[in-house]
Design a protein around this ligand. Structure first.
Ligand SMILES: Nc1ncnc2c1ncn2[C@@H]1O[C@H](COP(=O)(O)OP(=O)(O)OP(=O)(O)O)[C@@H](O)[C@H]1O
Length: 308
């Protein structure tokens, strides 16, 4: 059995999102494995970003449940019990469970520890590269200060936390190869570096789930390889599950453990890259081609896989 079945971090059940008469996501169920890179793929308008917006609290789903278990397994009876209490989160025998559909975005980030990036880069371009990573840790630092001036001036653990925040930022800059650009404005970085900085900024909040909206868009082949290595390291070395939306099939095939395919808001396939890659419905839907073109597309995917 695969990780998303045996050790799910997030279980999405019957998620539906309507905008007036338009059903953007329709009765969608899938799981995100705790140790997986999960790719959400599908043609333009399939509902991928809407799913992200529901997971991260930008939208309140019309229907459905999104249960995240910080540790252990969110056992069905525990999730049912929590749902019945009307609470947003609660303790179970194996740890805390969070019902994301009930939580505002800032709680999803702070308490459930879900971080995200956007399709278009949203760095603070006028701040330095280092400052971008420090700002990401602002909430944790303010907590350490006890929200008091004395706290900020050094009573209690604030100074130690401040040092740790700088150390964490520097270690991420080192990891993404931008230590020598630490004092430059983030807006001066080339596009691919800005993308990696945005991911590092999200990682500075110590997420348990990192949601990336088209991280490979606009990257050249070298930057794309660097991104793959970074995402693998996030999964392997930082115990952070990754959920990404991606159109670049070579990236999806190369780094995903699990692929969920949407078309018109509905799930049409769910499995390993190997399982979904030979499914003609997936290829046709994802690339928006007619049936007779499917073989051609399969050949293209083969070539992309061999090249990566
Ligand atoms: N806030 C909104 N109000 C109305 N309709 C919306 C809203 N957000 C998304 N939609 C619609 O929901 C459908 C799904 O959009 P969504 O952006 O989730 O698709 P997507 O798979 O992420 O597409 P893309 O790959 O182009 O980013 C589309 O028809 C879109 O127009």
């Amino acid at each position: 059995m695969s990780s998303w079945q045996t050790d799910p971090l997030l279980v999405v059940e019957h998620l539906t999102m309507r905008f007036g008469g338009l059903v953007a996501v329709n009765n969608l169920s899938f799981s995100v494995g705790r140790t997986d890179i999960t790719a959400l793929i599908g043609p333009n308008g399939a509902g991928k970003t809407t799913v992200f917006n529901c997971v991260t609290g930008f939208y309140k789903p019309t229907e459905g449940r999104l249960a995240l278990a910080r540790q252990g397994i969110a056992a069905a009876p525990d999730v049912e019990h929590l749902t019945g209490t009307g609470a947003r989160h609660g303790k179970s025998n194996s740890g805390n469970i969070y019902l994301l559909e009930r939580m505002p975005g800032h709680e999803i980030a702070d308490k459930a520890r879900v971080a995200r990036t956007f399709q278009n880069i949203r760095l603070f371009t006028g701040m330095t590269v280092l400052e971008n990573l420090l700002v990401a840790q602002h909430n944790a630092l303010m907590k350490a200060s006890g929200y008091t001036v004395l706290g900020v001036l050094g009573i209690g653990g604030y100074k130690a936390k401040e040092k740790a925040a700088v150390a964490k930022a520097i270690s991420w800059l080192d990891k993404i190869g931008l230590l020598d650009r630490a004092d430059d404005p983030a807006g001066d970085l080339p596009y691919g570096d800005q993308r990696r900085l945005e991911i590092a900024r999200a990682m500075c909040t110590d997420p348990i789930l990192l949601c990336l909206d088209e991280p490979a868009a606009g990257l050249n082949p070298r930057e794309s390889l660097e991104l793959n290595a970074l995402l693998r390291s996030i999964r392997n070395d930082h115990n952070t599950a990754v959920l990404l939306i991606e159109h670049d099939m070579s990236v999806v095939m190369e780094i995903s453990d699990h692929v969920v395919v949407l078309d018109y808001g509905t799930k049409i396939a769910d499995g390993t890259p190997q399982e979904i890659r030979n499914d003609p419905r997936v290829i046709a839907a994802y690339l928006g081609v007619e049936d007779e073109e499917v073989e051609e597309v399969e050949a293209e995917i083969d070539m992309a896989e061999k090249a990566s």
